[in-house]
Write a protein that binds this ligand. Structure first.
Ligand code: UT7
Length: 334
């Protein structure tokens, strides 16, 4: 069977930083609480005039094309994972193509909250495996600062802005995206959602006054489901691929909370040195966390490494994917 391989990865982060000390001035919190309960020290916030999530995605995509020596005309499909598209419609994918000079592709968005990038990666891989596309870009981009209430201490300390993108092509060897397991539970929407702005409750003066256009989260419940969902998916994917803990070179977890990451790593039996972690620098960038991890750690990746990616998010949505890495990261001087 044809297999899809990741051929390059690129990230984009806004320059402006929002530190825990900055947040201490906005809400009743402390640097110590945030660090010990979440592992986050700072996050990036997009402040560039007129810019939105598609601009961060387009920057990552343009960098990816350049880095992989790929002409924009070669791209057949671009999938964008996001919960903060520039507009309710059209999608971000076509906007990103337009901003990146990609003219021969079709595109669409996937909204699976924090699992969006993982779902999009497998979706993109299927278009390669089926032979329908030769080159696919998957981008995860979220401007979480546009939907965060900076008077709510339970959510505003968690999220940041950022984007990452990967290039998929057919694999020429046994490396590539090997298998995925995903799960969903709509009952989870009670614990993590945005109350207004959708067709259920369109925007009115009242919804704005009631601050209903922001992320609502019951953190403690989400925490429990997240740990369980990711651990179960990793377990299934490892079994399907016949992997033991010692066969795994890297766990690449969604970056929502360092305590969740620690717990997921320990249930997979993988030491923390082999777990990609950048939550301290960027917070939770939703669709951006996984590609930004791959980007940060790319130089340490070797061809043939076994990576387990895992994510959990609103929906609930969750899953894990086994990738046999396709190139030596040191080949790219990103
Ligand atoms: O990526 C999408 C999926 N999302 C997640 O995976 C997030 C999962 N949940 C979490 O990461 C954690 O539940 C949080 C970080 C959101 C919260 O941590 P927690 O340890 O579960 O805290 P808690 O909600 O149980 O709250 C404990 C206390 C409460 O005070 P009381 O009621 O005990 O007096 C909160 O009001 O901590 C308080 N608290 C804060 N205190 C200082 C909540 N937020 C803050 C804050 N600063 N920022």
């Amino acid at each position: 069977m044809k297999r899809a391989a990741i051929k390059g990865v690129m990230g984009y982060l806004p320059e402006d930083k929002l530190t825990n000390t900055d947040l201490e001035k906005l809400v009743d919190t402390t640097d110590e609480w945030i660090k010990t309960r979440t592992g986050i020290s700072e996050r990036r916030i997009l402040k560039k005039e007129g810019w939105a999530s598609s601009d961060m995605g387009a920057e990552a995509v343009k960098g990816l094309l350049k880095k992989t020596n790929t002409s924009p005309d070669e791209i057949d499909l671009l999938i964008c994972a996001t919960v903060t598209a520039d507009m309710v419609f059209p999608d971000n994918a076509n906007t990103i193509c337009n901003k990146s000079g990609i003219n021969n592709a079709f595109g669409f968005d996937i909204n699976a909250a924090c699992s969006g990038f993982l779902y999009s990666l497998t979706t993109g891989a299927k278009f390669i495996e089926s032979g329908m596309c030769n080159k696919v870009i998957v981008v995860g981009t979220d401007m979480m600062s546009s939907i965060i209430d900076y008077t709510d201490r339970t959510t505003c300390v968690l999220f940041g802005d950022g984007a990452g993108a990967i290039l998929l092509e057919a694999s020429t060897d046994d490396t590539g995206i090997i298998n995925s397991q995903f799960g969903g539970d709509g009952a989870g929407s009670a614990f993590l959602h945005m109350k207004a702005g959708g067709s259920k409750k369109p925007a009115t003066v009242e919804t704005v006054m009631n601050r209903e256009h922001f992320v609502y989260q019951e953190g403690r419940s989400v925490f429990k489901y997240a740990v369980k969902g990711m651990a179960n998916s990793i377990n299934t994917v490892m079994k399907r691929s016949g992997l033991n803990a010692e066969d795994i070179n890297w766990v690449v977890p969604h970056q929502a909370n360092l305590r969740i990451i620690n717990s997921v790593a320990s249930s997979a039996g993988v030491p923390l040195e082999q777990v990609m972690i950048n939550i301290h620098k960027y917070g939770n960038t939703t669709s951006g966390t996984l590609p930004l991890c791959l980007w940060d750690y790319e130089s340490q990746l070797k061809k043939g490494d076994n990576l387990i990616l895992t994510a959990f998010g609103g929906g609930f949505t969750w899953g894990a994917t086994h990738i046999k890495w396709s190139y030596d990261g040191s080949d790219f001087s990103s």
